[in-house]
Design a protein around this ligand. Sequence first.
Ligand code: NAD
Length: 453
Amino acid sequence: MSTSYTVLNPATGQPVTEVAEATLEETDLLIERAADAFPAWRDVAPGERARLLRRFAAVVDEHVDELADLEVRNAGHTLGNARWEAGNVRDVLNYYSAAPERLFGRQIPVAGGVDVTFHEPLGVVGVIVPWNFPMPIAGWGFAPALAAGNTVVLKPAELTPLTAIRIGELALEAGLPEGVLTVVPGKGSVVGERFVTHPAVRKVCFTGSTAVGKRIMAGCAEQVKRVTLELGGKSANIVFADADLDKAAAAAPYAVFDNAGQDCCARSRILVQRSAHDEFLERMERAVRAMRVIDPADPDSEMGPLISAKQKETVTGYLEDVEVAFTGDAPDGDGFWVPPTVVLASDTAQPVWREEVFGPVVAVMPFDTEEEALALANDTEYGLSGSIYTRDLGRALRVSRGVQAGNLSVNSHSSVRYWTPFGGFKQSGLGRELGPDAPNAFTEEKNVFIAQD
Ligand code: NAD
């Protein structure tokens, strides 16, 4: 039975548009079309596939403002962030447009002939995207997958389908053949599950919650289907007393409140060495109070609303029975607004310390020694990102090697550059995206021995 979803503007709670959700039968049809498109796409000469991807990037570039406006209305992202996100799709396409001519195999010395390896595309790749960064996460999946010669079916999150649908249209406008990149809006339980169970889909590239990721991994096991998982996080920002405290305190709010905290890399736990704890919090308070939490369509906005009324309810639930140190501002009235909130954690068992809140809430706790900081940072089932603030180079190295997480930054809170690998330790994920090796993750390595006699 066909269903449709009413997209709401998170800043106002008002409807934006209706989007038809694909049924199971429609999903099957689109997967089969992607499978039919695969042999021709695989056989496009590397230089020509590269040219088409560069053209796709150019068309996205021509539509950055349009895509950004759509994201502001659909996801409540600040205009500045949304423009960056659309530009990220362009940049990721450009970066991987250089991959088709560089999908190198190896020549391995053997007796009696030649041994060479090939990176063969898999076939149809299913990309499943969450609502928090609809554009970049889609691009991190489809750009390297297409570059490696696969066709892609892409399911946006129910809440945020608009930019993905537009990017699918732009792909056709850029000259990608029908069926090479197909956007299939719909429910996770229908479209997403079908990507897992349909035998023509040879890999699932999933970003979302750890609970759904585990289910997808179990489902993929049925067909030994390839899977990449980018899941949740509860990352630590470790501030040592010898750090540049001004810099650390000015950066800390943006390390967790960007995208209203709906960021898998959010540094939602701050560990501060006890001797610097009070001074750090004083400086951070000034930075949090100065944050511009206003209409995301205003170019000065630094933080917008949460994605939905449900998310707001979940996030505010974490604020019961905790000690709030201070908060920033947020508009009153309609829309799903929660102010940036800094909590003093008293116990590592508190849900606000252990669970991924996925909202503008950060929990702060003091520590005494480097060993204690590491033990606290690693006391989590997650391992996605984290920051270390110190002026001691040796300590920076020791702690970065000691934190069990995939993406760390020293004296900085940056996590993702498309030309460096990204992914999680422990229950934050499986496999890596981005960086120079991403196209290989969308191929099978084949070994061929050619006898000389
Ligand atoms: P979610 O797991 O609820 O949904 C993610 C996607 O999976 C959506 O498109 C959804 O429709 C689909 N889905 C739901 N059930 C499914 C099923 N049974 N089979 C197949 N697909 C299904 O996550 P969300 O609430 O949209 O996103 C927030 C989560 O994503 C957070 O936990 C966050 O940490 C995580 N995230 C991780 C990264 C990363 O790179 N590690 C990046 C962004 C978000």
